[in-house]
Design a protein around this ligand. Structure first.
Ligand SMILES: Nc1ncnc2c1ncn2[C@@H]1O[C@H](COP(=O)(O)OP(=O)(O)O[C@H]2O[C@H](CO)[C@@H](O)[C@H](O)[C@H]2O)[C@@H](O)[C@H]1O
Length: 489
């Protein structure tokens, strides 16, 4: 089975968030299960070297204002198709935002071009390779099913995965002509959304199947509270919508072999985590923990409304009063950044903050912290709690989306049954978060129980195997083939 992935980011080459981790990881497991996956990505500066070493498989004289080429290369075990269009993608800085912090003014052309070429590869194939399935991820690839519908005739089956419905790719109707979105597609049954062109809306309306990244979020998306204006579109297609939980790359995130850790460890050598904790204390200017102190919490996150970190700011005095400490790595919203920097001054020695994006440091934080805080208002799946589970860094999470699906709350029954892996709280309010932090501190003061939970967390299956099989079964269903073998229990 041949599958074309189309996305705007892919780890380890270019990453702003969890989408990149997924695109960089799941094709490897799909390949191990027998699928042939190619990933179509823009050739940003971070990929230029790979593009230069690649074979040119398609040349385009004019792609929305300049020449372009499609280049095929295998890198880091992934088969990439790089859309080399310097006028659209060869720019420094953030892949979505200009130096002023606003979206690049031509994002409709940049990702419209990605979609246009994605549709062309899906329809005509490239260098003798033609996909059976087109799998588009998030709004940046959302127009492909629209183009396929416009093409008519026999087109490959298409799947759209929603990683985050907060980003929808809405543009002025005037761009339709430039992008080749025909009037037949600019209707409310397809890509029109209240007078605008909606990349994601179009994808959701025109694809064969829709997935999102956890079963709970798949249900939440059907509600006005979580659907962010697209709940009606999703309700109309609810029979075609399912949630397939994200996994993580077990090689890239392995506490037993992680080169970013001060000391590697396994469930049998948990004491070694102390060396990582010491490295975090030094890096963040935190006082060393004394006997009887609370846990070291960490946060590794984009600082946005979604992640609920304003709530954490509100309850920080309580966290510190309980003898706990916090190390935060993140960037995003300027007022949240300023709030955490101010908190680090106010609670010097107990709260340490690094504003920025630092992949190796994010690993060290998982390796050395006791618990990871994720108070998200909504969370399609969330990956940092999965990294936390694998690293024995117990997740303290809002009961929403994939967080609800992956962390087993340490309530009395779960503790008795020996299956607790973290702490959940609801509703997503400062008060409930404060109580969850208090509960975590109580659990931490029972070392035997805490260690048991760490081991339990580290045993929780977080790899891709089961979910990759679910994607294969979905593809097979679309192609009318027998479903893949069920995942082993
Ligand atoms: N400052 C920083 N420095 C280093 N690393 C940082 C960082 N800030 C964040 N990261 C990393 O970025 C990734 C974030 O992934 P998440 O899945 O938690 O959220 P995100 O909202 O980006 O993804 C969206 O897509 C994914 C994928 O489907 C869904 O899991 C999720 O719910 C959805 O919101 C993690 O690998 C994390 O370690």
């Amino acid at each position: 089975m041949k599958v074309l992935f189309v996305a705007s980011e892919c780890a380890p080459f270019v990453k702003t968030g969890g989408l990149a981790d997924v695109i960089g990881a799941v094709p490897k497991t799909l390949a191990a299960l027998g699928a042939e996956v190619r990933i179509l990505l823009p050739a940003y500066p971070a990929l230029r070297e790979h593009a230069a070493a690649a074979d040119t498989v398609l040349a385009i004289d004019d792609l929305f204002g300049g020449p372009a080429a499609l280049r095929a290369v295998t890198a880091e075990g992934l088969d990439l198709l790089l859309l080399d269009a310097p006028h659209l993608f060869d720019r420094p800085g953030n892949i979505y935002l200009g130096p002023d912090g606003a979206d690049w003014a031509d994002n409709h052309l940049r990702f419209g071009a990605l979609c246009r070429i994605g549709a062309r590869v899906a329809l005509d194939g490239v260098a003798g390779w033609a996909p059976d399935i087109l799998h588009a991820h998030d709004w940046q690839a959302g127009l492909i099913p629209v183009y396929l519908r416009q093409a008519g005739g026999a087109v490959p089956k298409s799947v759209v995965t929603v990683h985050n419905i907060a980003f929808q790719g809405l543009f002025d109707a005037a761009v339709c002509a430039e992008l080749g979105v025909e009037p037949e597609s600019f209707v409310s049954e397809r890509a029109e959304y209240f007078g605008k062109l909606g990349f994601l809306k179009g994808g959701l309306a025109c694809c064969d199947r829709i997935t999102t990244v956890s079963p709970t979020y798949a249900r939440e998306l059907l509600t006005p509270e979580f659907g962010m204006g697209l709940h009606g579109v999703l309700q109309a297609r609810s029979a075609d919508l399912s949630g397939i939980l994200n996994g993580i790359d077990l090689d890239a995130w392995d506490p037993g072999a992680d080169p970013s850790l001060a000391a590697t460890y396994t469930a049998r050598s948990l004491k070694k985590k102390a060396a990582n904790r010491a490295a975090i204390e030094q890096r963040f200017g935190l006082d060393a923990a004394a006997d009887g102190d609370g846990p070291l919490f960490c946060v590794v996150s984009r600082l946005t409304e979604q992640k609920g970190l304003d709530l954490l700011l509100a309850v920080l005095p309580g966290l510190v009063a309980r003898g706990a400490r916090l190390a935060l790595l993140g960037s995003g919203d300027k007022s949240l950044e300023a709030g955490f920097v101010a908190a680090a001054h106010r609670f010097k020695g107990s709260v340490g903050v690094e504003i920025g994006y630092d992949e190796p440091l994010s690993h060290l934080m998982q390796g050395g912290s006791d618990a990871i805080l994720i108070p998200s208002r909504f969370e399609p799946c969330g990956l940092t709690q999965l990294y936390g589970l694998r690293y024995g860094t117990l997740p303290v999470v809002a009961r929403t989306g994939g967080l609800a699906d992956t962390v087993i709350d340490a309530n009395e029954a779960a503790i008795l049954a020996g299956c607790a892996t973290g702490v959940q709280f609801a509703p997503v309010t400062a008060q409930a978060l404060d109580q969850a932090i208090a509960r975590t501190c109580e659990l931490y003061r029972q070392p035997a129980l805490w260690q048991k939970m760490m081991r339990q967390a580290m045993k929780h299956p977080v790899g891709w195997d089961q979910s990759a099989r679910a994607y294969l079964a979905l593809y097979a269903g679309l192609l009318g083939e027998a479903p893949a073998e069920p995942a082993p229990a």
